[in-house]
Design a binder for this molecule. Structure first.
Ligand code: T4K
Length: 374
């Protein structure tokens, strides 16, 4: 039994005294929001760190998703995954777009390209895949489909901060990629998010949309929203960025420890990295199989009894929530892989401040149920 609770994640917080000079600067210049100096600095710093051309900061990932769809004037039907956080599909409904769910690939747990193609209708205008847990989608196959059918691609890249494939940042794929900087993410600004876009013209439209559609003091060109990131959030991002490599190193150690300890536990399978050259270790999902002595929920509760709060990301499937489950594409026989994975998945605690003894405690519960199997 762990003395203090161990949650699935814990935000990385640099020493408080390091944040004070940033606050002092904000207090001095009295610009609190609306694209101030911290906001501008963070956009530039993230372009450099991520290796992308344009970053538009947002107050959270969900508003960034809503705005990305508006920026590309997406309408009609969008093909997406049921195996994600509910914000992915909600961003479509909020825009009056019909989500069409397609099944996932059993290895990557991302949208299966062959299922995307089968879901296309005359109303389809875009695809919204998710790089789930930071594992890259099959971006080449998705782009081929998009090109063949003249569809837009907006990646929900909420989990994919810093992930690279052989060609560079995974965020360069598709028309737009959307990040979340929520407290629970690898890189956080308390709340926050961003749209990554390839050209200055699109960035300008996104910047207008996130500021009510204003172009200048008296001109509004679109029904925009308030999606701006405040100076305090941006300042925290600048500080966080100084520590990110260190935080990532510890995440990698945690991931390696779990993999080593759990590889020989019968009935537990791990999700392998696929396609990334640089991973971000944002989540540690495992699948509880039929030959493990406990059910997935049984293990979830056994961990809870030891003060360890693993999470069932992503259960239930988005397509099982009331506002989606009546849709034809939401039926379980259309989504057998997603349904199976959702019933087996459990995400273990992973964050930089996890101590070795805490890691041992997590693994011990999983091994104990196995009768100490090694
Ligand atoms: N797309 C995808 C694929 C996403 O995963 C998300 C967000 C979005 C879009 C939307 O992005 P944002 O609009 O959120 O920027 C959490 C997060 O709230 C959510 O951001 C995230 N995905 C989702 C996967 O997880 P909950 O309801 O599980 O969070 P909560 O409050 O239960 O937190 C989990 C654990 O983290 C807690 O048990 C303790 C720890 N925690 C949490 C917070 C908020 C802390 O230690 N400190 C904190 O401040 O949704």
């Amino acid at each position: 039994m762990s003395e203090k609770p161990i949650y699935v994640t814990q935000p990385y917080l640099p020493p408080l005294e390091e944040f004070v000079p940033y606050l002092q600067e904000i207090w001095n210049n009295k610009t609190l929001t609306n694209g101030g100096p911290m906001h501008q600095q963070l956009e530039r710093a993230l372009c450099d760190y991520l290796g992308v051309e344009h970053v538009a900061l947002f107050n959270n990932g969900t508003i960034a998703l809503l705005t990305a769809l508006q920026a590309l004037r997406v309408t009609g039907e969008v093909i997406t995954t049921p195996y994600s956080f509910v914000a992915t599909a909600h961003s479509l409904l909020w825009n009056g777009i019909k989500p069409v769910f397609a099944d996932i690939d059993p290895q990557t747990l991302n949208l299966d390209p062959s299922k995307i193609e089968a879901a296309i209708t005359s109303h389809t205008t875009a695809i919204m895949p998710v790089h789930c847990y930071g594992n890259p989608c099959d971006v080449d196959a998705i782009q081929r489909i998009a090109d063949n059918y003249n569809l837009r691609v907006i990646y929900d890249a909420a989990h994919a901060f810093g992930v690279k494939d052989a060609g560079g940042s995974v965020l360069r794929h598709g028309d737009l990629s959307v990040l979340s900087f929520h407290a629970t993410k690898v890189f956080n600004t308390f709340e926050g998010g961003a749209i990554i876009c390839p050209d200055a013209k699109t960035k300008k439209r996104i910047d207008q949309l996130k500021n009510f559609g204003f172009v200048d003091e008296v001109t509004v060109v679109a029904p925009g929203i308030n999606g701006k990131m405040s100076e305090v959030n941006a300042a925290f991002g600048l500080l966080q960025l100084k520590h990110i490599d260190c935080a990532m190193t510890r995440r990698r150690e945690v991931d390696a420890f779990y993999r080593e300890q759990l590889k020989s536990v019968r009935g537990v399978s791990l999700v392998e990295e696929v396609g990334q050259v640089v991973a971000n270790y944002s989540y540690f999902p495992l699948l509880v199989e039929a030959d493990y002595p406990l059910s997935r929920d049984g293990l979830y509760h056994a961990l809870k009894d030891s003060n360890i709060f693993a999470r069932r990301y992503f259960y239930p499937l988005i397509s099982d929530f009331p506002m989606y489950r009546g849709m034809q594409s939401a039926q379980r026989d259309n989504l057998p892989v997603a349904a199976m994975v959702s019933d087996k998945v459990l995400c273990l605690p992973i964050y930089p401040a996890l101590e070795d003894a805490e890691l041992q405690a997590v693994v011990a519960v999983i091994q104990r149920a196995q009768g100490g199997a090694r």
